[in-house]
Design a protein around this ligand. Structure first.
Ligand SMILES: Nc1ncnc2c1ncn2[C@@H]1O[C@H](COP(=O)(O)OP(=O)(O)OP(=O)(O)O)[C@@H](O)[C@H]1O
Ligand SMILES: [Mg+2]
Length: 249
């Protein structure tokens, strides 16, 4: 069953085209990674798909129940505690305070935030904690579709793995689908069913590859070999490394 469908989607900022002819379908419980060089329009595409930005042209159909969004930056309210930030979408939905508290705590636990961190304001949280607060806020609404825009970049290796496993498990158990932007090809290979590569100038999706095996069942060695294969033998991925190097520089 298709839960998200984009057809002929394009966008221009102030007359400058950044996305064009984007066609994309996602099935229930499918994790699709979206990769492409910096500035090629990945965040723009995510915002359009999530309904946060009106595309200049094209059609979008959403057949999921409820989505969550984890943005590229944490985007927390500075005057609210971590707990209040996580519960914010529930407050907007009119959920009562007792249930808000319970669900915010459960979401915080999933992203390994300690109870004492929940009373802190964003300024008193580390970068990784802020991002985890934002991830918990994306999950608190019990979504069946989640948009992730490079969500784990600020996390250390162990936490990153834990968060990836959380996405994989949730997709399997709760049948949640995800559109997952990442610069990290190993991350894409580890957690996705399918990888889409956006054209460097955002002009369409350059190509896609299914990842062998199923998310959660690939060993580290398998992930390593698939990534090596993509990078050394598959022309579709030839520009992925340029981006990583540019980012580090
Ligand atoms: N609000 C805006 N107004 C004008 N131009 C914008 C705006 N937001 C993004 N752009 C431009 O659109 C292009 C695509 O930006 P976008 O943020 O979607 O890229 P991205 O692929 O997510 O990049 P990154 O990997 O660095 O996050 C860039 O050239 C950017 O400068
Ligand atoms: Mg981006």
């Amino acid at each position: 069953m298709t839960v998200l469908s984009l057809q002929g989607v394009g966008h221009a900022y102030l007359g400058r085209t950044v996305l064009d002819r984007i066609a994309l379908d996602l099935s229930a419980a499918e994790i699709v990674a979206l990769v492409g060089p910096s500035g090629c329009g990945k965040s723009t595409l995510v915002h359009i798909a999530a309904g946060l930005l009106e595309p200049t042209h094209g059609r979008i159909r959403r057949d999921y129940r409820r989505h969550g969004v984890v943005f590229q930056e944490p985007r927390l309210l500075p005057w609210a505690t971590a707990r209040e930030n996580i519960a914010f979408p529930l407050r907007l939905a009119g959920v009562g305070s007792g249930e808000r508290r319970r669900r915010a705590e459960a979401a915080a636990m999933r992203v390994a935030l300690a109870p004492e961190d929940l009373e802190k304001y964003p300024v008193a949280l580390s970068g990784g904690m802020r991002q985890r607060t934002a991830i918990a806020r994306g999950l608190v609404v019990d979504p069946d579709f989640v948009y992730f825009d490079e969500p784990f970049t600020a996390l250390d290796v162990a936490l990153k793995r834990r968060m990836q496993d959380l996405v994989i498990d949730a997709a399997r158990r709760e049948r949640f689908a995800a559109l997952f932007v990442t610069h990290d090809l190993s991350e894409a290979v580890r957690l996705a069913h399918r990888i889409l590569v956006l054209d460097a100038d955002g002009l369409g999706i350059e190509g896609e590859r299914s990842v062998p095996g199923a998310p959660g069942e690939r060993s580290d060695t398998q992930v390593f070999h698939v990534v090596q294969g993509f990078l050394s033998e598959d022309p579709l991925f030839r520009r992925i490394h340029d981006v990583d190097e540019r980012r580090v520089a």
